[in-house]
Design a protein around this ligand. Sequence first.
Ligand SMILES: [Zn+2]
Length: 333
Amino acid sequence: MMPQHFLQSSAARSLSLLQVARMTEEEAEATFRKVRWPSTDGKPVCPKCGSLTCYDCRRPNGASRFRCKDCSADFSITSGTLFASHKKPLRVYLAAIAIFCNEVKGKNALAMSRDLGTSHKAAWVLCHKLREAMASEVRAYRVGGEGKVASVDGGYFGGYVKPANFREHRVDRRRAINKTGKRQVVVVVREHNGHAVPAVFRSEMDSLGFVKSKVERGTILNADEANGWNDLQARYEMRRINHQEAYSFNGACTNDAESFFSRMRRAEIGHHHHVAGAHLARYAQEAAWREDHRRAANGKQVEAVTGLALKLRPSVDFTGYWQRHIQPASKIT
Ligand SMILES: [Zn+2]
């Protein structure tokens, strides 16, 4: 029998979109409540004083609402979270998370807006909030340690220059790309069989502080022969590899980083006009999260993303529901 890919096995399919679509709003609320308040199995806990005595004070329009008996605080299932002041039924958010997790190569906002029947802008903001939730987990990782093996590698994104239609207008696109000033490098550190942590810089050289802060001392670090990494030799035992000749040589191998970048490239094809600039870091963190959770059943992935979203405070990328201004790239970490 052919070895079956995990994503094709029935264990990987624990939550289908049909199941979410069949849910009532009460069932979707119960799902969110169990993820938000796991210690009480979904019974509301006052976010202000921690009291367990809260009354159900559902709004006349049907929106879920609770009031704390002890401090009179009014709150909802999503108060103070990434989905605070949500405008749509929770069922829609659960469906969005399921769709986002199911699309293993990343979901673009236009397809999401069609699946959910929302505006493109609403779907775009929602997709970014889900990336923000994934990022909150990825940012906290550190990799390596005594005797462990990790890789560092960089991949350039953005600054795309359209090819000219007429031969006489053609320029050397590689040189032109470098002149757009929009070209950025995603640097990823990845432990062998472990977490990947990416960040965005102007050059690989600019990323050395990040690499040192994320890779524990004692790690055996694989890197290509780019001069930018030389400075890391003072801190780590390094194995260098020449990409032109081989991807694996004397145990030095950056395949772990390569598989992260192939995921990023696939995402870039799906959303090429957005995978650049200020949001590149978020796409990279999304790719890292997906890489990390690729063997988890989709139901587990949905639970994990919902949990992250409900643990996060209202969006740091967006103030309010509508995007008023995008944080500059330097502020997105
Ligand atoms: Zn209270």
